[in-house]
Design a protein around this ligand. Structure first.
Ligand code: NAP
Length: 303
């Protein structure tokens, strides 16, 4: 079997195209959607993520503003940036790019974001609302995955779903969304016994681990839908040869690195029924859902 490729890039483009009209309507109504980004330090991955997110705002004619803070920033400095964005009428959504430098108390920072502008859905009020199945803002990565599945007509009701990873940003909200969609959900983590056997029970397997190529063919039930959330960089040529489709090797040789997921795509694609690629799978959806949440936040101010 060769798995169907679940094209996140095309799905994200479709979502952004749908949002364009709403951005124009809101702008005409005096509420041009605005995203405020807070980023601290020079983490290269964060720089790329922020560029992708502000680029998407740009494309849709939204307002965006990035507060770039030094790597040596204090918690109080980051809090001051949050308080400023909280009070601004032209900023409807606030994104605090993680990770923050280790000396910054990230929990205090995220708790300080106005829940009505918390477009990442990380504030405890929004987490609580999601748990109670009355969501306001849902974390963008799992929300994007649900959109991807829905737009490919992959139903989750009645399915056995296994989520590997239990982070607050991906694994936990993913499990909640799947449970609310009437899947029967198992959440796995680093202490799960017989992980491959548990994963193999899944009709829908979500890998959000942060380990390149961790999910191999023996984790996957034939025909299962596999969603690869992982974003890992490989630099070792032997590892690259193992993890990458041969068509990507020239690019790896040129740049000396490549982006790979948590799923060993070459082997899993032969067993799964459908698979998200990396890159071009979950990543673009995360950006699209951030934009969607920001547009919704702006719409709420003119309702
Ligand atoms: P995280 O906070 O580090 O959480 C990783 C989870 O994986 C933890 O629950 C951990 O278990 C589990 N885990 C680690 N090693 C394991 C093992 N050997 N067996 C089973 N479980 C294991 O990471 P995250 O923020 O959720 O991100 C996960 C991946 O998704 C990363 O590659 C990240 O870059 C990527 N990501 C991508 C997007 C996107 O837009 N595509 C967005 C966010 C994140 P414990 O809880 O027991 O430690």
């Amino acid at each position: 079997m060769t798995a169907q490729r679940l094209d996140g890039k095309a799905t994200a483009q479709a979502i952004r195209a749908e949002l364009r009209e709403e951005v124009e309507r809101l702008t005409a109504a005096g509420a041009r959607p605005g995203l405020g980004v807070i980023v601290a330090g020079e983490d290269p991955a964060s720089v790329v993520y922020v560029r992708n997110k502000t680029g998407a705002c740009e494309e849709l004619g939204m307002h965006h503003e990035t507060r770039g803070l030094a790597a040596t920033v204090t918690t109080e400095d980051v809090l001051a940036a949050v308080v400023d964005f909280n009070g601004r009428r032209d900023i409807h959504g606030i994104l605090v790019q993680l990770p923050l430098p280790s000396q910054v108390d990230a929990t205090r920072v995220l708790d300080a974001v106005d829940p009505a502008k918390d477009v990442d859905g990380f504030h405890p009020e929004n987490v609580g609302r999601l748990v109670q199945k009355r969501p306001r803002f849902v974390p963008c990565t799992p929300a994007g995955i649900m959109e991807l599945l829905a737009r490919h007509e992959i139903g989750v009701a009645g399915k056995r779903a296994v989520v590997i990873g239990r982070s607050d940003t991906v694994g936990k909200p993913m499990a909640l969304l799947l449970m609310h969609g009437n899947a029967t959900v198992t959440v796995c983590h680093s202490k799960t016994a017989n992980l491959a056997a548990v994963a193999r029970e899944a009709d829908l397997l979500v890998a959000a681990i942060g380990r390149a190529g961790f999910v191999r063919a023996d984790f996957v039930k034939p025909g299962a839908v596999v969603v690869d959330v992982g974003m890992n960089t490989v630099e070792d040529p032997a590892e690259a040869r193992d993890l990458l489709d041969p068509s990507r090797l020239p690019g790896f040789e040129k740049r000396g690195r490549a982006l790979v997921g948590d799923v060993h795509a070459p082997s899993v694609a032969r067993v799964a029924g459908a698979l998200t690629p990396v890159p071009g799978g979950v990543g673009p959806l995360t950006v699209a859902l951030l934009i969607k949440n920001t547009v919704r936040a702006a719409a709420a101010t003119v309702a």
